[in-house]
Design a protein around this ligand. Structure first.
Ligand code: NAX
Ligand code: ADP
Ligand code: MG
Length: 274
């Protein structure tokens, strides 16, 4: 297993060409946030915006619309129960993030099915949080797309059937092969299983153990994959940057909040562009 270092940042985060516009930096569609978990999709969206994705649209419960706009006028917002709008916005995206705060109700399931039925093989689909739980419990078949799963250990237990104590590299990689795509197995030492090898993230700190930290990572992976061509490197760079920023902040902070990581992103990416 390879260890992730700063190198992945300079290999991935490109100096922006002068001749470019918002369309150059990708469209991200973020789907989630029910009437109880609005904060999750808010953090995912903010992470994608601050990572530099050119256009960001959030599909969520209508009760989250005002708070989302108030925090992030940069993002567009639509109601995820409007079927046609959901289909059109998902179809127009380069990257789709589904799951942060989506919940596991009948509405959550309808939204997830619509997204799975709409995505195409050239799109990147990040499956996080409740979406992983729904896929596991309802045995949903997965769409053909560049799939990125971002489970924590309990969500991986649900999805893979491997108990946390038995989550060895060989067992995890075997299930990744069945699923296809990339698996970001989140823990105090996150491991990323990809078709081209496995990677260990030694960055990160217990100061990160706060609700919303994974929602933030999902949004960052959205922003990075929409902008940077090599999808595997984009995922690895997002995973590393998320923890490396937390390590910087933890030098002087007891806890690091997800939104604090988000607000460091433009500065951190500036310092590591190549
Ligand atoms: N502000 C918000 O709106 C928040 C919404 N959230 C959303 O809530 C939904 C449910 O997600 P949860 O993860 O809370 O619930 P889950 O029930 O999926 O997982 C949490 C359980 O897994 C256990 N666990 C074992 N190993 C773990 C590990 N390495 N990391 C994390 N947990 C581990 C925990 O102890 C806990 O019992 C998701 O859609 C998520 O996006 C959470 O992200 C919390 C914040
Ligand atoms: N002790 C820890 N050390 C390093 N990273 C941690 C630690 N605890 C949590 N994290 C990181 O925080 C994130 C938690 O993700 P997740 O459990 O999905 O959070 P949420 O769903 O609440 O947003 C992951 O990226 C994980 O690696
Ligand atoms: Mg999570």
């Amino acid at each position: 297993m390879e260890t992730l270092t700063d190198k992945i940042l300079s290999e991935t985060i490109r100096v922006r060409p002068k001749e470019s516009h918002k369309g150059t930096y990708g469209r991200v569609c973020l789907v989630g946030g029910n009437d109880h978990f609005g904060g999750a999709i808010l953090m995912a969206t903010e992470a994608s915006v601050y990572s530099g994705a050119g256009l960001n649209t959030t599909l969520t419960d209508s009760s989250n619309s005002v708070s989302l706009h108030a925090r992030m006028p940069e993002a567009m917002v639509a109601d995820y129960t409007h079927h046609q709008e959901l289909v059109e916005l998902v179809a127009a995206a380069n990257t789709v993030v589904i799951g942060p705060g989506l919940g596991t109700t009948a509405t959550s399931m309808t939204v997830l099915r619509t997204v799975f039925d709409t995505v195409k093989p050239d799109q990147t689909l990040i499956i996080d949080g409740s979406a992983i739980t729904l896929v596991s419990e309802r045995h949903l078949s997965l769409p053909k797309a560049n799939l990125v799963f971002t489970p924590h250990q309990m969500e991986w237990q649900r999805l893979s059937g491997i108990k946390i104590a038995d989550q060895t590299d060989d067992a995890n990689e075997a299930v990744r092969q069945q699923l296809g795509g990339i698996v970001v197995l989140k823990s105090h030492q996150t491991k990323v299983y990809t078709p081209t090898g496995s990677f260990l993230n030694t960055a990160g700190t217990p100061a990160q153990a706060t609700g919303g930290m994974g929602d933030t990572l999902a949004g960052m992976i959205g922003g990075f994959t929409a902008q940077f061509a090599d999808q595997t490197k984009a995922v690895l760079a997002a995973v590393y940057a998320h923890s490396a920023i937390a390590d910087e902040l933890a030098q002087t902070q007891y806890v690091v909040l997800p939104t604090q990581i988000i607000h460091q992103l433009p500065r951190f990416m500036h310092d590591h562009q190549h």
